[in-house]
Structures are given as C-alpha cells and as structure tokens.
Design a protein around this ligand. Structure first.
Ligand code: ASP
Length: 319
C-alpha cells in the first residue's frame, strides 16, 4: 500500500529527527589541530555537545586549503552526524580550484554563522623591520627572498598574504602548510619570514613576544590588542580583512535536524564559557540574525560574489 508505506516512511523520518542525536556528532575541521579554526571548533563543539546531550567529536581533515574537508562533508550521509565548520574558504574555493567536487552554494544545508576573527601580520622574531612601514621597504628590496607561510590555496592566511602582496606590489615566495599549526611552528622556528593569521592562534605568541607584530588587518584597532596599529595605520591603504566561520551539514539533512543543530549553535554561543574563551582570543560572536541558516547562506553568497571575480583575475587556479 503506497500511502501506508509513505506514511510509515514519514513517521520514521519524524521519529529520526525527534531522536536526533542518538550518537556522537562529528564536527569536521578543515585545518590542523592547534590552529585558529581548530581552536574555535573545539570551544564551540564542547558547548554544542552540552546542548545536544551527545559528544561532538572534532575531526581534522587536512588538505588543499580546506577543500578536502568540505568535499568529505558534502558527500557524507545527510543525517546530522557529520557536519562541517569552515571559514571564508567556502566562498573563495570555486575561484581557486578548477576541479572542485562540490558547490558551496548548492551541496550543503546551512546551520549558522559563528564568530568573526581579525588577522595579524607577523614576522619571525628576528626579521629586521620594526614596523609595517619598514616592512614594506624590506619586502620591496628583498622580493622573492622573503617567504610568506600559509595554510594552502584557499586558506585565509593565503588570502591575507595575497592582499599584502597586492598592497606592496611585490611577489614573495609562498610556503604552504596544512594549517596554521605547522605554519606557526615554522615561523617560530625561523624557517619562514612572514605569516598572516587569526588572533585565535596568534595572540599567545604575540603577547609572549615570540613573533614580531606588524599590524592587525581590520580597519580599526581591536580590543584584544589595543596598542597594535592596524595595517592601514602602517600605510597600507584600504587593507581590510577578517575571518568568518559557518557550520554546514550535507544537502538533504532533514530540516528538523538542521533546526536542532542551529538551536544548539545558538545556545552554545550564549554559553558564558564559550563567550569568554572567544573574547579572550580576539574573536567576536556574530549577531543573532547571522547565527541562522538564512544568515549564513546570504553571507556566503555575498562573500562569493565579492571574492570570486577578484580571485579569478589573479589567475591562481589549482587543479
Ligand atoms: N587559519 C588557517 C587559514 O589560513 C587555517 C587554520 O589552521 O585554522 O585558513
């Protein structure tokens, strides 16, 4: 009996959504452990677990500027047990990868946005320039002898590096890693000269003077580093970049499950422990209207329209 079978199938779906989650949820992180995306994910995951009554297991799936993880989640079972956290890379990857196996705007359900994070342009501790103005002169004189670390094509560190290269009109030598974790280790060890990355993992190193800070990437100074000049103050006109984060589920995840995840995300962002942790790291929780599926999707679309044409003109494509 077709109607009966359909009725049963629907009842099964409702029941599944009602019972969700009945086992741990995997939160896939596209970059290495200890990096900025990982730090935000772990704070968020722990609080979401409290809301969901199930553990949230952070799984770092590295490679290709975050596209390996996004492709993995796009193909995962759409049951709410495999979800993705990602940053601006969701908006930029289609302009950077010729053979992207997923569409950020078509192959996901949108849970909501999380937090915005400023970036910092750092040098190894013994890099000669003392400030942004001196750095501009230094890179103009040393050009491709200057090395610039990043977390892969499509990583925000790479995007920030590109903006810096554009601003000073110098091509440096890029050195890709699989996340800020190893890129920062290389900077601390003096194997690379520069790295532009989020305060969520750079702050402790800045505060302990283990690196040289040349400026923050936002148009205004930030609360977490009140004495640090912006790169604009340092003479890099119009330099502006911040990192945003969203949580995604595979396309076809039942609406009730997505709604449950959105609620858990919203509750997690109200958790004082999470709020303090993110605040201490210079991150700013997004307003409530962005912590929604619509808020994320609208933002992703706007960011895609902003960055993709620009990146295409730079002809940076990978296979
Ligand atoms: N911050 C890195 C990026 O440049 C990724 C990370 O390790 O979180 O995209």
């Amino acid at each position: 009996m077709v109607v009966g079978a359909l009725g049963l199938a629907l009842a099964g779906g409702v029941q599944a959504a009602d019972a969700y989650p009945s086992k741990p949820v995997t939160l896939v992180v596209p970059f290495s452990a200890g990096g900025p995306t990982d730090v935000v994910s772990r704070a968020l995951g722990q609080a979401m677990a409290r809301e969901l009554g199930q553990s949230v297991v952070v799984e770092n799936r590295l490679g290709a500027g975050g596209t390996v993880a996004a492709a993995f989640v796009a193909r995962a079972q759409p049951d709410g047990y495999t979800i993705l956290i990602h940053h601006n890379g969701m908006a930029t990857a289609p302009a950077l990868y010729k053979k992207l196996s997923y569409s950020p705007l078509k192959d996901f359900e949108y849970v909501g946005q999380v937090a915005d994070v400023p970036m910092t342009l750092l040098g190894r501790k013994d890099l000669p320039p003392a400030n942004a103005a001196e750095l501009v002169k230094y890179v103009s004189q040393n050009k491709d002898k200057v090395s610039l670390a990043n977390a892969g094509l499509g990583a925000v560190s790479q995007l920030c590096g590109l903006l810096f290269e554009e601003a000073v009109n110098v091509k440096m030598t890029s050195v890709p890693y699989q996340g800020t974790g190893p890129a920062m280790t290389a900077l601390l060890g003096g194997q690379v000269d520069l790295l532009c990355d989020q305060t969520t993992s750079t702050l402790p190193h800045i505060n302990a003077s283990r690196v040289k800070l040349y400026g923050v990437t936002t148009p205004n100074r930030i609360k977490a580093l009140p004495n640090a000049p912006t790169l604009q103050e340092g003479g890099l006109k119009g330099f502006s970049m911040k990192v945003w984060h969203g949580v995604y589920a595979p396309k076809g995840t039942p609406p009730a499950v997505v709604a449950r995840l959105t609620k858990a995300l919203q509750q997690a962002l109200k958790d004082p422990v999470v709020a303090k942790r993110l605040d201490d790291l210079g991150a700013e929780i997004v307003p409530a209207d962005k912590q929604t599926p619509e808020g994320l999707k609208t933002w992703l679309k706007a960011e895609s329209e902003k960055w993709q044409p620009l990146l295409k003109t730079m002809k940076l494509e990978a296979d």
